[in-house]
Design a protein around this ligand. Structure first.
Ligand SMILES: NC(=O)c1ccc[n+]([C@@H]2O[C@H](COP(=O)([O-])OP(=O)(O)OC[C@H]3O[C@@H](n4cnc5c(N)ncnc54)[C@H](O)[C@@H]3O)[C@@H](O)[C@H]2O)c1
Length: 258
């Protein structure tokens, strides 16, 4: 049975009720996990207010600002976990960012700064958060990140994010190899296209979704809750023998050739 009772779970990447991280947080909560939620702070505090209202029904025991480009905020987040929880069992890395200019247009024109930003926020942050989580996962643990098919196929308008996701999936394997002896498992979910704030920056996202609906074996794309269920599974003992993998939660689209 999928039971996360007594598990301490940190979930990053909730921006609104369309966020994949919101689907994951709901399913972790349903399975009994205690939640810590981080959000990307802005100057006016709008994001804090919006996310706080959204997650309130899940009664998170920790609610913290954490911009992954800010080392101090990352440090404070894990200090708060150490002080309040003592240990961590689950880390959900569900965030990414690239400048719109570096997603659309010619890949060969990707700027150095845009490349660095995309890889820093979307890829390096997994390594940073996993490194901070490692000493807190004293009873083993599970780390889950979110990827997309653009890591292994050239998808129109995904460009630099495809490179970031390829790096992310390689990082999953290197982290899994390092952390395995500590019984910390690291996996990625490669989700099918879903309408969210982040995906709206990918030109033609609606066409991509319609294409998947026509071609995928299940003749539809997936929901945030379906991704949440897969994440809850990967975080549970039911997945105790699985690490270093990329699990496609995409209605089967990835297997199709034509
Ligand atoms: N929506 C899709 O079609 C799809 C498909 C496959 C994978 N994904 C991946 O799922 C993850 C979540 O994206 P989403 O689609 O739910 O969109 P989203 O916009 O709801 O979530 C992206 C999150 O990243 C956060 N973020 C951006 N920069 C950050 C920073 N510097 N520090 C901390 N947080 C930061 C945002 O605040 C936001 O909460 C991403 O990794 C995305 O690439 C999305």
């Amino acid at each position: 049975m999928l039971d996360l009772t007594g598990k301490n779970a940190l979930v990053t990447g909730i921006a609104n009720n369309r966020s994949i991280a919101w689907g994951i947080a709901q399913q972790l909560h349903k399975a009994g996990a205690k939640l810590g939620i981080t959000y990307l702070p802005d100057e006016k505090g709008k994001m804090e207010k919006k996310v706080a209202e959204l997650v309130e029904p899940l009664r998170p025991s920790l609610f913290l600002p954490c911009n992954v480009q800010n080392d101090e905020q990352v440090k404070s987040t894990f200090e708060a976990i150490r002080n309040q929880w003592g240990s961590l069992d689950i880390l959900v890395h569900c965030l990414a960012f690239a400048n719109k200019d570096d997603l659309n247009g010619d890949f060969s024109q990707t700027s150095r700064a845009g490349f660095q930003t995309a890889l820093d926020v979307s890829t390096y942050s997994l390594i940073l958060l996993a490194g901070a989580a490692k000493p807190l996962m004293t009873q083993g643990g599970s780390i889950v990140t979110l990827s997309y098919l653009g890591s292994v196929r050239a998808i129109p308008n995904y460009n630099v994010m495809g490179v970031a996701k390829a790096g992310l999936e390689a990082s999953v394997r290197y982290l899994a190899a390092e952390l395995g002896p500590l019984q910390i498992r690291v996996n990625a979910i490669s989700a099918g296209p879903i309408r969210t704030l982040a995906s709206s920056a990918v030109g033609g996202i609606l066409d991509m979704i319609h294409h998947v609906e026509k071609v995928a074996p299940l003749r539809r794309t997936v929901t945030q809750i379906e991704v949440g269920n897969a994440a809850a599974f990967l975080c549970s003992n039911l997945a105790s023998g699985i690490t270093g993998q990329v699990l496609y939660v995409d209605a089967g689209y990835e297997i199709m050739g034509m």
